[in-house]
Every structure is written in structure tokens, then in C-alpha cells.
Design a protein around this ligand. Sequence first.
Ligand code: FAD
Length: 388
Amino acid sequence: MSKIAIIGGGIIGVATAYELAKLGEEVILFEKNYFGSGSTFRCATGIRAQFTDEANIRLMKYSVERWEKLEEELGFDISFRQTGYLFLATSEEEVEAFKANIRLQNRFGVPARLIGMDEAKEIVPILNTEPFLAGAWNPEDGKANPFKTLFAYLFRARELGVDAREHTEVIGFEREGDAITAVRFRSNGKVGSVRVDAVLNAANAWAPLINEMAGLSRDLIPITAYKHQLVKTEPLEPGQAEPLVCPPSWNDAYIIQDGEDGGIICGAGIEHKAKGLDDYEPTYDFLRGVLEYAVRIAPPLRYAHVVRQWAGFYAKTPDSNPAIGRLLDNFYIAAGFSGHGFMMAPAVGEAMAGLISKGRSKVPLDWEWYDPYRFERGELRSSAFQIG
Ligand code: FAD
């Protein structure tokens, strides 16, 4: 049994801790704030296999299969619902692109299909069909509650012996050659140190700082924190916009009805580079901009009150694909999820646990595609389609 330290108590760190504990490893999980306080509790809840490249489609097909069984496995309600994703085309060229994406998705078993606007209206009663020509629809995509999911993983991880510490910040490492031998941390004003056999950097937007602590360049994995915001309306009658609905050509704007309280969550690609890693200030230009898109997608939203607006980080890499793999002898990374980390967590957590514990995993994760050293080699992947 090895002792493995995980830095970052978001969904990726917590899911990996659980999977490692299932494999019989001893795990210590560090979170500098409270669990979920990074991007995870700020996310839009969306889960989809409708990507536009083989690596992300295969990974997400597997992840959705894990999501389908997660409530039963963890023994908690996580409000996972397969309410679909509906992408909407505004031009003939986009319809052709949707058709090509659907062919690729179908090749890997994702049951997406092109639908007309009558069917789209049946699925989303408040939809304004007039601007759109067709929809790419996958009924197996869906959503889940990030709070319940993280706490379900955390509960089971602790039950399996994971030492999960909140308000405990990792501040450095001790190294012998290429290997990290100990993690130094600060908690309640006191500094401590623990010997470890391996370390996973699951700090997402903060990951470059952790890499630097390990003696690597901060720019090796160029992750930039972009402020991504959401607005939520008062509750609407259930069933009005259950799928995530998105016309990508409208600045990736989207709406999705919260599966529990019925409020409509509205997002868009109106992004700002964060002023710092504590810059969670919502902005007025986003509020105005996102509501203009939301009302064009679903006109009845004109009459809905906005009850909340919040911001979090899309921890973005240059190709919007995460960095997943080994960085040094016993130092690993799974970070830079660029807006997809929640949906990918069941698959990535299992894959990382397999890699760290056994050197392999049965998860269909294309290690070469997500290779963390690709940026240094200047080998960018095709940009992952990036919305919640
Ligand atoms: P995080 O949740 O950010 O966790 C990293 C943790 O590391 C943080 O809690 C931080 O405090 C901790 N940490 C940092 N430094 C240290 C240190 N030195 N010591 C200890 N701990 C440290 N994804 C989807 O899949 N679907 C969506 O619909 C979706 N919508 C989104 C909407 C918004 C508005 C935002 C902001 C994001 C959205 N995302 C979505 C992205 C998703 O939230 C993230 O990709 C995911 O939560 C990343 O999880 P993580 O565990 O990698 O990172």
C-alpha cells in the first residue's frame, strides 16, 4: 500500500481519492478552503457526450455510463437526470457541421441525432424556434447536483479511510531527485509535513502554482483562470427547459433548468481573465449580455426574476483540453478542465487512480491526447467544444 497525497478538494480530487481508496491505497486529501469551493460548486451541472473529437467523446461516453450507476454505487441521491443536451443551428453550414459531429458521436455509441424544430419545441416548451434551422439532440446527456455528488464521493472516500482535510493548504514539497518524498502544509496557522509515495495535482486553476512548488515551470501547463459566470432565475414550472439548450453561434449562450428548484441557469461565453485567483466578482456586462441571449432562446424568460448571479473559474488550457498524466517520477496532474471537469470526474477519477496505483486503467482515456507535456512540445489538440 502506498501513501498518496491529493492536492485539491474539488470533484476531481475527491473522486480520485475515492477511487484510490477502493483500490486499497492510503490517501491524504488536502483542500485549502472548504471542499467544492473552487470551480466545482459554481458549475452549471451539465453532463454531455456531445463533443466533436474522438478522445472527448469516448471519455465522456464512459463517464456518462459511470454517472448512470453512481447513485447506486455511492448510495446517495445526487440528482443525476438524463434530460439531454440540445444544440441549435442558425445556418446551413452549422447544420452540416452538426451532421458531421453526430456521425462521429454515433460511431462511438452516443445516440445523438438531428431533429427538426417541431420536436425541439416538444422537448423545450419555452423555446423560440424561429431563429433556428435544426437541433443536435442527445437524450442521454444530462445534469447532476454538484453539491450532492461531491459530498457523496467524500462520504464514501472517508468511509474507506481517506484522510480528507479542509482548510489545509499545501505550501511546498520535499524532493529527492525527481521524486517527491513529503508534502508540507499549513492548517490553523501551524505548519506540518507528511511523507508520501506519490502526489496528484488536482488544483485546477491553482495547478500552475502547485507545479512550481514541485520545481517545474509555472508555464509548463499554461492554465489561465477565466471568470465564467451564471445567472439563475426564480423557479419555473418543471419541464420548461430541462435539457441544456445552446445555440453555439450565439457566443455559446445556454440555458438549463435546475433539476431540483426549477430555476433557469443561464450562461454564455462572455468571459474575463480573472484579476487574481480570488476574483469572484460578478459583472454587470455579463448580466445584461447573458439575459439578452436567454430571452432570445426562450422569450418567456423576459418575465422571470433573476435571483442569483455568481462567478467561478474556467481553468483553461490553450486547446481547452485538460492536462492529465504523469509529470515527474511520482508527481501526477489532472487539471485545466476548461469547463468540463464536473462531467468528466467519474471517468477521470477512476483513470487517475488506476494510473497512480497500478500504472494502467481500463478507462478509455486517451493518455496521449491529454498528455501534459504537449504544450511544451507545441502540439495543441483541436479545441474541445467548450460550454457547460
Ligand atoms: P476545483 O473544483 O476548482 O478544485 C480545485 C481545488 O484546489 C479548489 O477547491 C482549491 O481551493 C484547491 N486548492 C488550490 N490550491 C491549493 C493548495 N495549495 N492546497 C490545497 N488545496 C488547494 N463543468 C461541467 O462538467 N459541466 C458544467 O456544466 C460546468 N459549468 C460550469 C459553469 C461555471 C460558471 C464554472 C465556473 C465552471 C463550470 N464547469 C462545468 C467546470 C467545472 O466546474 C470544473 O471543471 C470542475 O469543477 C473542476 O473540478 P476540479 O476538482 O478540477 O477543480
